[in-house]
Design a protein around this ligand. Sequence first.
Ligand code: FES
Ligand SMILES: [Fe+2]
Length: 332
Amino acid sequence: MDPLLLNDWHPVADAAALKPGCLLPARLLEHELVLWRASDGTIHAWDDRCPHRGARLSLGRVANDRVVCAYHGWQFDASGQCRLQPAHPQNTPPRNACAARFNVQEAYGLAWVCLGDPERSLLPFPEYEHPGLRKVLCGPFPVHACGPRIIENFLDMAHFAFIHEGILGDTGHAEVPDYKVAAFDDKLGRTGMKGVIATACFAYQPQSNLQASGGSMVEYTYRVVRPLSAILTKLPQEQSGLADVISLHVQPIDEEHCQAWMVLATTDEGSSDEEMRDFQGRIFMQDLAILESQRPKRIPLQPGLEVPQPADRLSAAYRRMLRELGMKYGVM
Ligand code: FES
Ligand SMILES: [Fe+2]
């Protein structure tokens, strides 16, 4: 497994859907996980496999802060240790009757898991803490594509006029003006990561958000903060003040299948959460057929196989970032 992704944090579930008492299966990097929340609010992420006879723990239930396997009723406490084998109620279960546990944390409305040893902190997303911005979680959107293709699509402005015509783009304004690309330091020191930032990106949009009443030029910035996480800000030119923020976090299920999560930090006070999810979902569905059609499935990091255009400078910088990080998964 690619150590870069193995030792990083990935979104696996909507934290609000993880209610105390329920077991939630999830998939990450070809691993089957089971998630559950204890009564003190702590989230646990375990291998979805009972050490007894390999049954899925997610078929069981949670009772008194223990996971109870559906097959023979073994009970596991929050440390993963089996405390009761109902067929032998007098015995103390052996130490190796223990579920495999993974690092998990809750942030930005999501549960994040690291399958290996966390090498860096969770990505920084300072706008999420801004009291003037409303947070809305969208997704997950399943996609039959590798993670980097999904991020690259999020960074791509040249497709707005074609795939999102009438909303994010207009064929009469297909030209992509030049923009600035630079290295991005997430300021987390040794535990952070060098990413990429693009600024002064302008696009004409017929309906840049749900509240827009007409077309306008919109200024974007894009930050790629982790191999599979990017954050954009967008501000219509006639608007002043806070920009809307859309962050995209890809959960790699395997090299060619992912789930995309979006966390919005928005200035929109007039739309309901449901309306905002519908709007983002509608836009994402427009990208889906393209994303799933792209060949090769694994994104080529070496030049030569695809023919870039000048508007792809950000995507080129993203591919360079992946190369320099030594990314192996979902790439070729
Ligand atoms: S397989 Fe889980 S208790 Fe037997
Ligand atoms: Fe798109």
